[in-house]
Design a protein around this ligand. Structure first.
Ligand code: COA
Ligand code: ZN
Length: 307
């Protein structure tokens, strides 16, 4: 992609069954997770992050990742991703036939310790082994850099630190990097500046932006990322989501709101908004409460004259 003349095609990755369900107070039954993924698989997503192969003690709500992967009906047009924190997780993800790995570590040392119980250097060493294993199995690797825009444990995160870790992973030949605003601290100016740096420094990488709407800046951040040439975004159906190990973390940007906004702006998401809204309504019944999505309440902006 040429950053000066980027295309209007946007690639959306759904994270509700991973980022969303990991922080739900109640365990969502495996069969319900599978049914939701199967329905979402027809909505036009580029990717669905199905679950995470983490320690069931760390993330009990996703302890059924193996069964969820085994139960879903795969649409060949969709990439089914697994979040992987270590070699053990990678082995499980390979056995589950995940299409690609989403590795995770934090730019903030404090959050890496809280979330993964190891230093960033320890994470990097383990993830190097994971990347080797993935290469042996022709499995593409994306690395999610958590707390790229700030940390609720340590405060500000320097863009130079984000670039440093992105560079180290780029040098290992990964396919992509996600810049993750785990804590909803990114603002549109900071996003534009970091995205421009990342796009210029890593033209070979697929760069994804992962926003949480904790402070109401989520979709504004998408707009400045678009202006910087970013075309891959994570989002969560209904706006669920949040890291259990980042104090105060709340939901991701909402998929149906992202798609609705992008389509109105003339971008092509390839997604079926009506089906997304139906999935979001199903999700609301699953979690048994109102989800953050404002679009689910208001409905899309009318495109024909109302009589
Ligand atoms: N899958 C399943 N079990 C795993 C595992 C994996 N990927 N990695 C470790 N375990 C198990 C170990 O076997 C061990 O089990 P035991 O107590 O029955 O012997 C236990 O988990 C602890 O293992 P250890 O290697 O000491 O890990 P830890 O307690 O230091 O935790 C992580 C490290 C990375 C496994 C854990 O912190 C984790 O899974 N974090 C994920 C956090 C996350 O997903 N956050 C949200 C997304 S950003
Ligand atoms: Zn997240």
């Amino acid at each position: 992609m040429n950053a000066a003349h980027p295309s209007r095609r946007i690639y959306v990755a759904e994270v509700v069954t991973r980022d969303g369900f990991q922080s739900e107070p109640q365990f969502i039954p495996t069969t319900d997770k599978i049914a939701l993924i199967d329905r979402m698989s027809e909505a036009g997503y580029a990717a669905i992050e199905v679950s995470s192969f983490t320690s069931p003690k760390a993330i009990p709500m996703l302890a059924d990742a193996d069964a969820v992967f085994a139960g879903i009906t795969r649409n060949p047009a969709v990439e089914y991703l697994a979040l992987v924190p270590n070699v053990r997780g990678a082995e499980r993800a390979l056995a589950a036939r995940a299409d690609a790995f989403n590795l995770v570590m934090s730019v903030s040392e404090a959050h890496n310790q809280a979330n993964l119980r190891m230093s960033r250097e320890q994470s990097f060493a383990q993830l190097q082994d994971v990347i080797r294993l993935a290469r042996d199995h022709d499995t593409p690797v994306n690395v999610s850099l958590s707390t790229s825009f700030g940390c609720s444990l340590a405060g500000p995160v320097a863009p130079d630190d984000v670039m440093h870790w992105a560079r180290r992973f780029a040098d290992l030949g990964v396919r992509g990097i996600s810049l993750c605003d785990t804590t909803g601290m990114a603002d549109p100016a900071a996003v534009g500046a970091l995205c421009e740096r990342a796009v210029a420094a890593f033209p070979q990488l697929q760069i994804t932006l992962h926003f949480h709407n904790t402070r109401g800046m989520g979709l504004a951040n998408v707009v400045t990322a678009l202006q910087a040439g970013i075309r891959h975004f994570d989002a969560s159906l209904g706006g669920l989501g949040g890291c259990p190990y980042a104090p105060g973390a709340t939901g991701n940007i909402c998929t149906e709101e992202l798609v609705h906004m992008l389509e109105r702006m003339g971008y092509d998401t390839g997604m079926d908004l009506q089906l997304l809204l139906a999935c979001a309504a199903q999700l609301e019944r699953l979690v048994g409460r109102t989800v953050p999505s404002q679009l689910l309440r208001a409905g899309p902006v009318p495109t024909v004259a109302l009589s």
